[in-house]
Design a protein around this ligand. Structure first.
Ligand code: CA
Length: 225
C-alpha cells in the first residue's frame, strides 16, 4: 500500500506543487487548507507522516501539532516554515514536530526529508534499551530513570535514543545534527546545545549520578563516571 501523507498548507500553489510531486513518487496525499482542518484530518485518518505549514488560518501549525500530540497522535511531522530564526525553529521542534524545512525549498530537498522521517519511523520498532538506571522503550517512546517515567518531547526522545544507541562514545555536534536531525546545521549547532540542556534537566538534574557529559569543544557523551 502507498504511504499516506497529509499536507497542511493554505497557499494553494504550494499545496498543489507538493501534492503533485509526492504523488509522482507514489505517495498518497491529502491536503488540508487550514490548521483546524489539518487537525481534523489527522485525527480521523491514519497517516504515515504530516507536512505542516506553520503560518495557517484558523489554527497555526504549532498549535495544531501540540493538539495532536496531546491527543496521543505520534505521526512524524515535518514543519514547513517561512521563519528562519533559531527561536522559531526551536519552539517548532519543541512543540512535537520532528523536523523542519525553511521555505522556499527545492522539491528534492523536501523528498529527502520525507523519506528520512519515514525511514526513521520504521526503525523505531525495536527492543527496549537500558543504560545505567535509564530505560527506553522504542515502541512506546517511553523513558524511565530509576523506574520513574520521564516525559520527553519527540526531539528530546530522538536525542536520548541516539545517546543510548551509542553509549560511552563521544558524539560530536555534527554527528548529532546528522543523526537526529538528518542534516548538517552549520550555523544552527546551538540548537543541539539547547536540546541537550533540555534533556539534561529531565534526565540528570534530580539525580546525583550524571549520565550526559560535555566533552569541551567536541560534543557530548553518555557515560557513567
Ligand atoms: Ca501559510
Amino acid at each position: 500500500m502507498n504511504e499516506k501523507i497529509l499536507v497542511v498548507e493554505d497557499e494553494k500553489k504550494v499545496a498543489s506543487f507538493i501534492k503533485r510531486g509526492l504523488e509522482e513518487e507514489e505517495f498518497s496525499v491529502d491536503v488540508a487548507n487550514d490548521g483546524e482542518e489539518g487537525l481534523y484530518f489527522a485525527e480521523t485518518n491514519t497517516y504515515d507522516m504530516i507536512l505542516m505549514d506553520l503560518m495557517l488560518p484558523k489554527m497555526d501549525g504549532l498549535s495544531a501539532i501540540k493538539a495532536l500530540r496531546q491527543k496521543g497522535v505520534a505521526t512524524p511531522v515535518l514543519c514547513l516554515t517561512a521563519k528562519d530564526t533559531v527561536e522559531d525553529i526551536v519552539s517548532g521542534l519543541d512543540s512535537g514536530s520532528d523536523d523542519y524545512l525553511t521555505k522556499p525549498f527545492a522539491f528534492a530537498e523536501l523528498l529527502a526529508r520525507v523519506r528520512a522521517l519515514l525511514r526513521r519511523g520504521a526503525q523505531d520498532r525495536g527492543a527496549e534499551m537500558t543504560f545505567a538506571d535509564l530505560r527506553l522503550d522504542p515502541v512506546s517512546h517511553k523513558v524511565w530513570r530509576s523506574n520513574k517515567e520521564i516525559d520527553l518531547t519527540a526531539k528530546e526522545y530522538s536525542l536520548l535514543e541516539y545517546f543510548m544507541r551509542n553509549p560511552n562514545q563521544v558524539l560530536t555536534r555534527t554527528m548529532i545534527a546528522e543523526q537526529v536531525w538528518d542534516y548538517t546545521f552549520d550555523s544552527f549547532t546551538n540548537i543541539i546545545d539547547v536540546y541537550v540542556n533540555y534533556l539534561r534537566k529531565k534526565v540528570d538534574r534530580d539525580y546525583d549520578k550524571k549520565l550526559i557529559h560535555t566533552v569541551r569543544g567536541v560534543g557530548y557523551i553518555l557515560k557513567e563516571e
